[in-house]
Design a binder for this molecule. Sequence first.
Ligand SMILES: [Cu+2]
Length: 250
Amino acid sequence: MRNRSRSLAALLVAPLVLVLSSCSASELPRLGLPEAVTDNGHRTLSLWQGSWVAALVVGAFVWGLIIWSVIFHRRRGEHIPAQTKYNVPIEILYTVVPFLIVAVLFYFTARDESAITKISPKGTAVHVIHVNGIRWSWQFTYEDLPANTVVTGTPEHAPTLYLPLGERVRFDLTTTDVNHSFWVPSFLMKMDMIAGRTNQFEVTPEKLGTYAGKCAELCGRDHSLMLFNVKVVPAAEYMQIVNTLKGSAA
Ligand SMILES: [Cu+2]
């Protein structure tokens, strides 16, 4: 009996660990997520795919047990099968295995979350953009420039946020009024803008293009109009473009 429960546990946990630690993101479908356009986005995508694979492995194991019971232990005549209780190895197994599954998922989530929210040490060359949420639009301050260029959008005119391809950008997130949330779906992450504090995260854009951004926190009447665009431009043109924004409204 002990051998059998040990091999059952191994059967369940081994593929989970193997799959989560060795899966290659590019070989799997994105399972509903948009294409990642930043370094951090790939990490989020791998975590998402790994969680799906883990869920499918566990699911297949459970479905297998159900089908096995239905087929091989179905009712045969009037004979009542042997009634057993207090099967300690099985009870330990179904207590320990879910704990292990949660522990594995927790480990990978915590590892990726701390990597994604990591801020470069002081003095490292990064562009800093201060993003401020206002009911109901966005204000981008490019702190690279001596006279910080400020672009303020309106609900009627969504502002554009310019980012340099392949260079590290830090966002300093604040809000003038209520809580908002800075969300660019193609980054595969979002971060809240909390009244009275500054939240930060960094990305390195890896793909040229224009991406949609929006507020992900129900912040009031015109929340749905709180939109912006992100334009990833070649690094050589970035400063030039940002310079031309000086003095423009949005
Ligand atoms: Cu908002």
